[in-house]
Design a protein around this ligand. Sequence first.
Ligand code: PSU
Ligand code: MN
Length: 306
Amino acid sequence: MPDFHIRYGAEVAAARRAGRPVVALESTIISHGLPRPDNLRVARDIEQAVRSTGAVPATIGMVAGELVVGLDDPQLTTLAGTDDVTKLSVRDLAVAAASGVDGATTVAATSAVAAAAGIEVFATGGLGGVHREAAQTFDESADLTTLARAPIAVVCAGVKSILDVGATLERLETLGVAVLGYRTRRFPGFFVTDSGFDLDWSVDSPEQVATILAAQRVHNLHGAGLIVANPLPIDEQLDPVLHDRVLHEGLAMLERDGVTGKAVTPFLLAHFHSATQGASLAVNIRIILRNARLAGQIAMAAVRPT
Ligand code: PSU
Ligand code: MN
């Protein structure tokens, strides 16, 4: 019987021993969210963005059935460059471990593993959510239900407009997941600064998020995660006209090609990257790097005595 315990990378293991702050990072954006060859460079840059704040990055994934918190560079290279890397949501983890496969973890799977490893802060690009047509298809990302039971702060730029943003916010309310706008009261729309939806709460500093995490930990009432929604500055967003055109094309292509289930999100992301000739990719990378820095600052604030 293999040993199924989580394996820690050397840098993360040392940080845990020293009580230094760690930021979780997902691997599905690397394997399925960003095109090659930029994906590997970006994966390394995200880790550097976390290190620049003084925190330690822990990219999470599965290598030959082993759950790794803190992938090393050869492991990152494998997940970024190999065709048969499986997209693993939280329900897939045990099956994939028993099968000994290489896999990339989604926000759902990464949050679950990170919380099990005692990590409090996680940076990603965009969260999964409720898909359009979900009333018929029931297609809602397990990112939402997992965050209802993983006590972790997820720094993201909201959800992409490929989803039903209003329904996603409603589900987060039902599931007990708080959404904080970072220096805004509007929910960001990933490629665009403003999704058009209001938020109840706004925070202005990493310290404020750390204080909220402390309150949640001490209250210990419902064990849910929370979302820190960090919008792109308006002058850095994707041109909204281009955005709307590409979005409608992509949704029509989904229908035409009969794409469903876990293939939907990677399909739409790839369409955006090719149809905007790389403009959406540049925006996507900026978003992730900004979120990684903010997550690092939050993790640093969370270990400082106040
Ligand atoms: N949204 C993005 N980029 C991504 C993803 C979502 O803007 O790369 C990835 C994340 O890993 C997320 C997953 O957890 O897609 C959601 O997939 P699904 O909708 O199949 O749950
Ligand atoms: Mn889905």
